[in-house]
Design a binder for this molecule. Sequence first.
Ligand SMILES: Nc1ncnc2c1ncn2[C@@H]1O[C@H](COP(=O)(O)OP(=O)(O)OP(=O)(O)O)[C@@H](O)[C@H]1O
Ligand SMILES: [Mg+2]
Length: 475
Amino acid sequence: MSKILVVDDERSVLGAFKDLLGGSHEVATTRKAEEALKILEDGPCDLVVMDICLVGMDGMQALRRIKQQDPMLPVIVMTGHGTMQTAIEATKLGAFDYHLKPFEPAEMLAAIDKALESTRLARGRVMLDPEVPDVGSGDAIVGRSACMQQVYKAIGRVAATDATVLIRGESGTGKELVARAIHQNSERAEKPLIVVNCVAIPDTLLESELFGHERGAFTGAVARKIGKFELAGGGTLLLDEIGDVSLGIQAKILRVLQEHCFERLGGNETIPVDLRILAATNRNLEKAISEGTFREDLYHRLNVVTIRIPPLVERRDDIPRLVDYFLDRYSRELKIDKPLVSQDAMARLTAFDWPGNVRQLAHCIQRALIFTRGYPIQATDLPLQDEATGEPSVDGDSIRQALSEIVRRYLVVYTGERAHEQLIDQVEEIIICEALDRARGNQTHAARLLGLPRPTLHAKMQKHGLDAKGNTQNS
Ligand SMILES: Nc1ncnc2c1ncn2[C@@H]1O[C@H](COP(=O)(O)OP(=O)(O)OP(=O)(O)O)[C@@H](O)[C@H]1O
Ligand SMILES: [Mg+2]
C-alpha cells in the first residue's frame, strides 16, 4: 500500500480521489500547499497529486519546495483548462506528469500507477552482490561468477560517465536491473530514471510517447503531451527492447543521439535534451542489421559501450547463491520460515538449463515455496518445465501428484473447522478437471460422467473459476 498525498482546494475533488484510491492506497488530503509541505515533513509519501492553482501559496511554489525537499518524490500536477503553459513550467520543475481537469478516472489511475512504479524504480536501490542481501531495502544483482564480476566492473566503469550503454542478454538475465544500477551509481541518480518498453507500445503511440505531441498534431491529440525524452530531463532514459523498434522511429532516436534535440509531433519548437540514454535488447542486432530491420548507424551510436549479461547456463556456479537469495526474499514475503533445500533438489536446480534465465529460477523458487510451505524442498517439488514439450519434466501420475500436494497442504496449512471443507473443495476441483479433460471440454458429457445435472456442473466450474478445458481462469 502506497501513501499518496492529494492537494486541491476543491473539497469535491479531494473526496473523488479518496473514493478512487482509498481501497488500495493510503490517501492523505489537504486544501492548502503550506499544509501539504507540513504533511511531507512529518512522514514519507510515495506520490503527490496536486492542483497547480491553489489559494495561499501557489502550487508552483509548493512544487519547487517539494522538489527541494525530496527530488525523487513524483508529483502529478493537475490544471484547469487554459493554463497549459503552467503545466509545461511544472514539468520543467520536475513534475512527473500533468493532467487537464476534468480527467478520466482510468487515465488518472494509469498515471498514478506509472508514477508509483517510478518511485519504486528510483528508490529501490540495486545492490551489487552484497554479502548478506538486505531483502527489505531493494533489489540485488546476485552472482559471483567470473562473468558477473565483469558485469559489475563494467557498471562501475560506465556509471560515472554519460556514455550511451547497450545492455544485451537473453530474456530474464537482469538487463533492467543493470540499467537501474548504472543510473543509481551515476551523477544523475537524483534525477528520474524513465523506462520505455518499446515493444509494449504500438508504433504510432510510441512516437508520441517518446517525443510528445502538440495539441492537434493528429486526430485525438486534444492537448499537448510531454514525451519521455523531455520527462527524463537531467536523468536517464532506458529504451527497453530497442531491437523491436521500427525503422522510422529508429531514425528519430538516432537524431536525438546525434544532435541532442528533437521536436514534439506537430511542433516547430526544437527542444534540447540533457539526458543519458541506456538501451536494452535480447535481439541479435547484427543479424537484424544484415536483414535490414535495424539501422547500422543507430547500432554504432548505441553501442558506445556494451554490457553483455551471460545466460544463466553459462554461470551455473551462481545458481546456489541465487536460490538462497530468492528463498530469503520470498519466504519473507510469504511469511513462511525459510526452508532447507535437499541435495537432490539443489542438484536439479544447478543442472537445469533455465531457458527463461534468472526470472524463471525466481518463479520456480517462489512456486516451490508456496507448494511446500516451509518444509524442505525436494527435487519433485520443483516446477521445472521442459520448454520444448511444455510438459513438466518430473515423471509421474499427475492425479497422484496433485492429490499428494493437497494432502501435504492440508496437513501443513489447515487445522480446525474449515479444513475439511477446503480439502473437499480441492479434491472436487481436481475431479471436475479430470472429467472435463476426459470429455474433451464437452460439459454435457462431463456432467454425465460425474453424475451431476449440467447446471450444477456449470455452477461448480464457476465456483472454482474453471473454463471448459479445466484451466483456472484469471479472476
Ligand atoms: N543476478 C540477479 N540477481 C537477482 N535477481 C535477478 C538477477 N537477474 C535477474 N534477476 C531478477 O529476475 C527478473 C528479471 O530481471 P530483468 O527484468 O532485469 O530481466 P531482463 O533481462 O530485463 O528481461 P527481459 O528481456 O525479459 O525484459 C527480475 O525480477 C530481477 O529482479
Ligand atoms: Mg527487461
